[in-house]
Ligand binder design. Structure first.
Ligand SMILES: NC(=O)c1ccc[n+]([C@@H]2O[C@H](COP(=O)([O-])OP(=O)(O)OC[C@H]3O[C@@H](n4cnc5c(N)ncnc54)[C@H](O)[C@@H]3O)[C@@H](O)[C@H]2O)c1
Length: 291
């Protein structure tokens, strides 16, 4: 067994994944940098090795169940086990609901939602087997949601469905994997990457140097590295909304307020309207209370 802890970062060839891979390598992990095609993952591995770290390329497609089993197997063969998974790979196919093509829905659900399940499933099976064999597992699974999935953003019903699904998935995985010594947390990042450059330019007109600094992926990577480090072993089932230097906890759904249905339909109408008025308003895309 290698002295280094081993991490897999899916979509690690660009943007946020690249920053996570570099931060995890600097924190003493052997990192398997997963991405599609020739180029992006190789460049990140070269960068990590040039800095004295240990890294390996994986070109497995996260939408492929069998390929992600091979990815976990690669970690076991090359580094003796797997300790950290950052399920980060992502794509966008933005379109309003009425105009969205079936392939735009399917592709986004496949990469984000299935692509989180595939790698998480095989890693979970690996951790369960080690735990049952008496190993002291200290596993970390980091999943990736989005403000769009938590708060709602026009033109992203496919992406929001996948990302909200991943937040729910995280809560279940945190409960299921805790007995095996694995913590599971979710990040909702904001960063300037290939994925967000065009939409940011559309909304903000120009990207100032100050915005570039605020949206540096390294802000998110700091929190991810912390979640994967020795101090955060007990932290599980949380969703972190990270917007550059500002970071917070995205709190979940609450049953608030609740009441017993009256028999009379007019009274039910009144009671439902009162409950809606008394309920905390949904948050806007800044995660703040609307209205
Ligand atoms: N950048 C942001 O502000 C932001 C906001 C919210 C959520 N996110 C999420 O963060 C994650 C990373 O996004 P990013 O902004 O760094 O984007 P990015 O495009 O820079 O990087 C994503 C990487 O995932 C890879 N990828 C895509 N499909 C893959 C597959 N099937 N198998 C393996 N790799 C695959 C891509 O090749 C790419 O290198 C995504 O899940 C994204 O939805 C980003």
């Amino acid at each position: 067994m290698s002295a280094l802890r081993t991490a897999v970062v899916t979509g690690g060839g660009r943007g946020l994944g690249r920053a996570y891979a570099i931060a995890l390598a600097a924190a003493g992990h052997a990192v398997i940098v997963n991405d599609l095609g020739d180029g992006p993952a190789d460049a990140v591995v070269a960068e990590i090795e040039a800095a004295g770290g240990t890294a390996l390329v994986s070109r497995h497609d996260v939408t492929d169940f069998a390929a992600t089993a091979e990815l976990v197997e690669l970690a076991v063969e090359r580094f003796g086990g797997l300790d950290v998974v950052v399920a980060n790979a992502g794509i966008l196919r933005d379109r309003t609901l009425a105009a969205m093509a079936e392939s735009e829905w399917d592709d986004v659900i496949a990469v984000h939602l299935k692509g989180t399940f595939t790698i998480a499933h095989h890693a979970a099976a690996h951790w369960r087997a080690r735990s049952k064999a008496g190993d002291a597992v200290d596993g970390r699974l980091i999943t990736t949601t989005s403000a769009s999935g938590l708060y709602g953003n026009i033109g992203q019903s496919n992406y929001a469905a996948a990302k909200a699904g991943i937040a729910g998935f995280t809560l279940v995985a945190a409960q299921e994997l805790r007995p095996y010594g694995v913590s599971v947390n979710c990040v909702a990042p904001s960063a300037l990457t290939r994925l967000t450059e065009a939409p940011l330019l559309r909304y903000e007109g120009a990207i100032t140097d100050r915005r570039r600094e605020e949206l540096d992926p390294n802000w998110v990577a700091r929190v991810v590295a912390w979640l994967c480090g020795p101090g955060a072993r007990d932290v599980t089932g949380q969703v972190f909304d990270i917007r550059g230097p500002r970071v917070g906890i995205a709190s979940g759904w609450r049953l608030e307020p609740a009441f017993t249905q009256p028999d009379d339909l007019d009274e039910l109408d009144q009671a439902l309207r009162s409950a809606i008025a008394a309920a905390p308003p949904a948050a806007d895309m800044e995660g703040q209370r609307n209205g």
